[in-house]
Design a protein around this ligand. Structure first.
Ligand code: DAH
Length: 341
């Protein structure tokens, strides 16, 4: 009997020696110490053992079982350790490898220019107010001294939803909304999208404007000149000069169109300025008294000045972009040129 026990021990040890997986280990466990395993089966031989030797026999089988279990446990912890090591190796990360380059976008040139304009004016005390893109005939025209059937409505090919509701063709309604809600002194900028039925290399059906409005006591065209002189020096360069040309807008009186010395040739004449040395950048003027009054501002006490410029136009002049449509095509090569990082 002793021999049989020894044989099982050696066999279990031998078989455990050669295995390399927890799955096989489990098979061996079943084979030796499972319900019908070789060690457990020995107990079935109990009935052939004489009564006085039975307890000794039982103890021997239990010892054997414990011994075989100990082999198995030892092997199990060895295999688990090995498996863990293998996993560590597989999952290890080489922290010395160069990182994958993260591609990130950059500020759109129109946002860049809008922010530059806002920065220039906020340095002079202006606040930003954004009005709605879908607006009423009243805010877009009537309150700006452009009654129904006024010929000035033809200056803008407006998209109408109904007779009264439309896509704003300019940011000038921002002036009205501000004056209705704010008491002078007022100094605001109103940037945003505007819409007109127009489409060629220098016009887009959707484009951006920025409106400026100052209302205070004693504000005059001289203040407008000073303000815009300062603005163009910040926006282009310190040599840039402005020139006022008489013009007409129903909401300003007098009205002017403002030119700057060409940022490419500095006034000598080149292809950008079509040989004149000057480039038009915006429309402006002294706010028409009717406009002040309609928005509840006493025109005997206060006066105002206003200006409106196209953001695309400024960006095209500043960066030498010849076709407005390039701003909206999302060609990454074009956009990357404005990446300031
Ligand atoms: N709203 C005008 C346009 O879209 C631009 C403009 C001109 C705005 C003169 C003004 C202004 O505030 O005073 O063409």
């Amino acid at each position: 009997m002793q021999e049989k026990f020894e044989e099982i021990k050696i066999k279990a040890r031998e078989e455990l020696k050669n295995i390399s997986s927890l799955k096989l280990l489990n098979d061996i466990k079943i084979k030796f110490v499972g319900k019908n395993g070789e060690v457990t089966s020995l107990l079935r031989g109990m009935k052939d053992i004489s009564a006085d030797k039975r307890s000794e026999f039982g103890k021997m089988v239990n010892d054997l079982k414990e011994e075989v279990n100990a082999y198995i446990e030892k092997k199990e912890s060895e295999l688990k350790e090995k498996e863990l090591q293998a996993r560590y190796e597989k999952e290890s990360v080489d922290i010395t490898l160069p990182a994958k380059e993260e591609k990130s976008g950059s500020t759109h040139p129109l946002t860049l220019v809008k922010n530059q304009i806002i920065d220039a004016f906020s340095g002079m005390g202006f606040e930003v107010f954004e009005g709605p893109e879908i607006d009423s005939d009243y805010y877009c025209f009537q309150a700006l001294n452009i009654p129904k059937d006024h010929p000035a409505r033809d200056m803008q090919d407006t998209f109408y939803f109904t007779d009264n509701i439309l896509l704003r063709p300019h940011t000038s309604p921002g002036q009205v909304r501000t004056m209705e809600n704010k008491k002078p002194p007022i100094k605001i900028l109103s940037p945003g999208r505007v819409y007109r039925a127009d489409d060629d290399a220098s016009h887009s059906p959707m484009f951006h404007q920025i409106e400026g409005l100052v209302v205070d006591k004693g504000v005059s065209l001289c203040d407008l000149k000073g303000l815009l002189d300062e603005f163009v020096k910040i926006m282009f360069d310190s040599e840039t000069k402005t020139r006022f040309r008489p013009s007409y807008f129903p909401f300003t009186e007098p009205s002017v169109e403002v030119d700057v010395t060409c940022c490419k040739c500095h006034g000598k004449g080149c292809s950008l300025c079509k040989g004149t040395g000057w480039i038009e950048i915006l429309g402006a003027g002294v706010v028409n008294k009717n406009v002040l009054e309609m928005s509840g501002i006493d025109s005997n006490v206060y006066s105002g000045l206003a200006f409106g410029c196209g953001i695309e136009r400024i960006a095209m002049i500043k960066y030498g972009v010849s076709d407005i449509r390039t701003f909206f095509e999302n060609n990454v090569k074009f956009l990357k040129q404005f990446d300031r990082r």
